[in-house]
Write a protein that binds this ligand. Structure first.
Ligand code: WT7
Length: 689
């Protein structure tokens, strides 16, 4: 049998095994106990990630359980992963685990390939019997207290209806569906509905422009778009439906749009193409069978910026991704059945996929969906809301922490934070000052800080402290999770040992790894596996201290991390040169007090064009319109010429130094066609803001 299928007895009381393993550990940590199955069969049994024979079940505390996982993994990885696979429900349990290779000759990434399952069943259906009345989603709108709760049972009905509506619109297994949504429960419902029928969702963050949306729709070949009339953030409406209309002028393949009511604004509806969700909902049945999916069937595509070209469609598959979301949520954040978990990310980013939805829901937890911003209506919003909702685990970005720290302690202290027990961060390096403030002021010194390093490509966290197991250090993501094999390499690919600094690679596959770039498998291989043959290259640099702790230093490629969001320099450059008055542009990252990194653009104008503040404003606005507000340059320096080598290559190293105000560290410029350009750029950098 499977976890969740076979009842278990403790002290004569019957429980579903899945729920039970959690209860007992929390109730009697450190004490022994015995499970018996009602069919009397001998069965290997999973307690918090370690497989036990029925006879040897021992109560482990959460720290021991992760240590046991590491030991089991070292002992027999194949058996370990198949034991871990019992965390989730399969319609066909796998016999295979890792069949991956990063080598060019037999390149493949594949996990649990002969298993069959449905992600939606794992996140919804399997909880119905044991805790159907538990709150699955706690929605908090833009205005404090504007919200609603959906139990697992409510979620089940809504997801089934949405799935039937999608089917009604002709969506089937393997079809791509675009979501361009606010952070409302319907976003989760639509994602789970796609998973239920085997459709592949691709969520596009609501802050992206119509052009960016159109690029993504066309790249993945979606026929259906789900959106809302408007979004509402910080008291300001966001024209989601109007943006979709703008995008669809360039997307001939889209024939259906589902529009969810969020603000009730009057929006244009196009006959035959556009459907109101509230009307569709009434026409469909609340029952929908779940499609059995192969473990390696695609689950979702999420576009992310790289160092070159247009954003890539990162593709994740069903079994491995779900297992990694489930496992990492459990060991990092989960553990208590009455936890209220709040990850502040938007579902338009990977953090929103894995830790707003799939991690918590597959663990049967209560997850908060927040449709607002940290500073609205005031800088106390996070803590006011956390207190009111009784949030116990809170997960946000260093950018948000830095911004709130600047606003002062009193905004935190005026709200009751006694429900908090654990605090997490993600998305960018956190400076020790912000870490300490989060720990001391927000967490009153009693909550551990979990700094989690990962990427859209990794599906879930890879380097992060396990609460209770790993002693934390401000600014370090600490150590790899079980099954993760980081290495540091020098520029030539030589392995660096001990305390050192270098380029961060992962030497072996893990279940949550991306499987391909949608529609361009060659680009996938080229991007991640050719810089250091046989290894996955993260694009990050890191330091490792004498105790084996990792300290991520940031991107070593042409990707800028703005407020924890990735922006490709090439994308911003191509937006700038699309402006009629711009001849050439080069974009680099610069240090930014709040956002971590800001966007610094060097712009050369066409002959005869006049550089002034008016044009600077216009270019900023132009980039916002072309890509979206997150791409807005923080600084634009008008440059008569850019530093180029004889082969015409722009020396970005120099541009980065000038943008960071480190002009004295520029070093050798002798390979430049015109070394004087550098002095002119240094002199002009004052006026870039
Ligand atoms: C890049 C990935 C992970 C989900 C959100 C961002 C940076 C992420 C950390 C951290 C230092 C971090 C890296 C990484 N990053 N987390 N804890 N410490 N840097 O996902 O948009 O795919 O960006 O974010 O540079 O490569 P993403």
């Amino acid at each position: 049998g499977e976890i969740g299928d076979t009842p278990v007895y403790i002290g004569g009381q019957q429980f579903a095994a899945w729920k039970h393993t959690q209860l007992i550990l929390d109730a009697v940590p450190g004490r022994g106990g015995m499970f018996s199955l009602d069919n009397g069969r001998e069965q290997r049994f999973l307690v918090r990630g370690r497989a036990f024979d029925m006879q040897e079940i021992d109560m482990l505390d959460p720290v021991d359980r992760v240590r046991a996982m590491r030991a089991a993994l070292a002992d027999d990885p194949h058996r370990f992963w198949l034991d871990q696979a019992r965390r989730i429900s399969w319609s066909r349990f796998p016999t295979r685990s890792d069949d991956s290779s990063f080598d060019a000759g037999d390149f493949a990434i594949s996990w649990f390939s002969d298993g069959e399952l449905n992600l939606c069943v794992n996140c919804v259906d399997r909880h119905l019997e044991t805790h159907g009345q538990k709150t699955a989603i706690l929605f908090e709108g833009d205005e404090p207290g504007e919200g609603r709760r959906l139990t697992y049972r409510d979620l089940h009905e809504e997801v089934c209806r949405f799935a039937n509506a999608l089917k009604h619109l002709g969506v089937g297994k393997g079809d791509r569906v675009i979501l361009y949504m606010p952070m409302v429960p319907e976003a989760a419902i639509a994602m789970l509905a796609c998973a239920r029928i085997g459709a592949v969702h691709s969520v596009v963050f609501g802050g992206f422009s119509p052009d960016s949306l159109a690029d993504r729709i066309n790249d993945c070949g979606a026929r259906v778009v789900v959106t809302a009339d408007q979004g509402m953030r910080g008291g300001r409406p966001i024209a989601l439906k109007a943006n979709v209309d703008g995008a669809l002028a360039h997307c001939p393949a889209v024939d259906s749009v589902v529009v969810i009511r969020r603000t009730g604004a009057d929006v244009a509806m196009i006959e035959a193409r556009d459907h109101r969700w509230e009307e569709l909902r009434e026409t469909v049945s609340p029952d929908c069978p779940a499609e059995a999916m192969a473990a390696e069937d695609p689950l979702f595509i999420l576009y992310t910026s790289g160092s070159t070209g247009k954003p890539k469609g990162v593709l994740h598959t069903t079994g491995g991704y779900l297992l990694w979301a489930n496992l990492t949520y459990d060991i990092l954040f989960g553990g208590r059945p009455d936890d209220i978990f709040w990850c502040t990310a938007d579902v338009g980013w990977i953090t929103g996929h894995t830790y707003v939805l799939y991690g918590p829901l597959s663990n049967g937890a209560t997850t908060v969906m927040f449709d607002g911003v940290p500073g609205y209506p005031d800088a106390g919003r996070f803590w006011e809301t956390a207190g009111r909702l009784g949030v116990s685990v809170f997960y946000t970005s260093p950018t948000a922490i830095r911004a709130l720290m600047r606003d002062g302690d009193e905004w935190v202290e005026r709200h009751d934070r006694s429900s908090l027990r654990l605090l997490g961060t993600v998305g960018e390096p956190i400076n020790p000052e912000a870490w300490n403030w989060y720990h001391r002021v927000v967490g009153e010194g009693r909550c551990e800080i979990i700094d989690t390093w990962w990427q859209t490509e990794t599906g879930g966290a890879l380097i992060a402290p396990v609460p209770g197991e790993t002693a934390t250090r401000p600014g370090s993501a600490t150590k790899p999770l079980p099954g993760v094999h980081p290495q540091l390499l020098d520029a030539d690919g030589a392995l660096l040992e001990g305390a050192t600094e270098g380029n961060l690679v992962i030497a072996q596959s893990w279940p949550g790894q991306m499987r391909t770039v949608y529609g361009d498998h060659e680009r996938f291989f080229q991007t991640y596996f050719t810089t250091y043959p046989g290894k996955y290259f993260t694009g990050d640099g890191a330091r490792r201290d004498a105790d084996g702790y990792y300290w991520i230093t940031g991107r070593v490629d042409d990707v800028i991390n703005v407020s924890g969001h990735r922006m490709g320099t090439a994308e911003v450059e191509s937006a700038l040169v699309a402006h009629p008055r711009v001849a050439e542009a080069a974009v680099v990252g610069m240090p930014h007090d709040i956002k971590g990194q800001g966007i610094y653009a060097y712009v050369t104008l066409n002959k005869g064009e006049e550089a002034d503040d008016e044009l600077r404003r216009e270019l900023r606005q132009w980039v916002r319109q072309e890509i979206g507000p997150i791409a807005t340059p923080d600084a634009i320096q008008f440059a008569p010429a850019l530093p180029k080598t004889r082969s015409g290559k722009i020396m970005r190293r120099i541009l980065r130094k000038i943008a960071s105000g480190e002009a004295d560290g520029i070093g050798d410029t002798s390979t430049l066609v015109d070394p004087d350009v550098v002095d002119r750029l240094i002199n002009g950098s004052e006026s870039a803001f």
